[in-house]
Write a protein that binds this ligand. Sequence first.
Ligand code: KG4
Ligand code: ZN
Length: 333
Amino acid sequence: MIVLGIETSCDETAAAVLADGRRILSDVVASQDALHAPWGGVVPELASRRHLEIIGPVVERALAEAGVKLGDLDGLAVTQGPGLVGSLLVGCAVAKALAWAHRKPLVGVNHLEGHIYAAFLVEPAPTHPFVALVVSGGHTALYHARAPLHYALLGQTRDDAAGEAFDKVAKLLGLGFPGGPAIQRVAEQGDPRAIAFPLAQMTDGARDFSFSGIKTSVSLYVKRHGPLSPAAVADVAASFQAAVVKMLVRKTVRAALHVGVKRVVLTGGVAANGPLRQALGREAEDHGITLHIPPPRLCTDNAAMITAAGTERLRAGERASLEMNARPDLVLA
Ligand code: KG4
Ligand code: ZN
């Protein structure tokens, strides 16, 4: 089963072709990082205009690298939401036009489900049931994936997403955009025990996350102690990263033990973070939990993950009509 997938939910223009939802025949990602970097974050209007300019060549390249023609496809998949509406609309319009012109079945994919399906692109693939921590620039959520395509929400952030916190703290420290990789790089030179940033506790005992408190603590620290030397910046970055990692690892392991599931998937842009991958790896091993983490390039936004999830939905008989619209606030569970 050969499927073309398109992803344009934020600032990556991406297209991929997969065989049977598992074998990557091509995986093209055009990053817009350089376009948005001068503004310190993604500018929605610039993002949608760039998608419009390059979606054609990106799709053509994905097909050419896979050695596949549109007529060979068994279906198309596209990210329907959540994301920036102007960005999502570009992918949806292109996917609908191609599906209509070539009489191919089409499905809309939830971007977060796509992140989870990145784990199915590596061997061994996870088996259900499992717990998935999706940590990205827009989302931080824990899901219980009971059976294929069935999800229950176990907890989510009440304010900022983890990636958003990385991006905002990087901005405070003058480290540029995107913030996650910059913080990780600078933190290597710092002491993670230098500053004890507070870990958010939910007073109502929920499995939710909160990152706005730690972001405020970093901001106050910078105001009180600034201007910071490069060594002090490295200490703040390392201490912030350590606190976020600790919070994510603790809640994930607790959630898995609570639902009695010994399999965990870690995915989303922040899952590219080395210290997070290592810390969750250690903790999972201590608790006899099997951990599945896609390689970093499949953790950040890409179309291979959308195609993997879309293939599963096409197989299940799901079809989107040409009425399908972008859904910026689409929820998974
Ligand atoms: O999944 P993603 O590519 O896009 C969204 O769906 O949001 O995630 C992007 C987020 C950004 O906030 C970025 O700073 C963060 O993932 N990120 C990282 C790392 N690489 C990307 N955060 C921490 N450490 C990294 N190495
Ligand atoms: Zn994402």
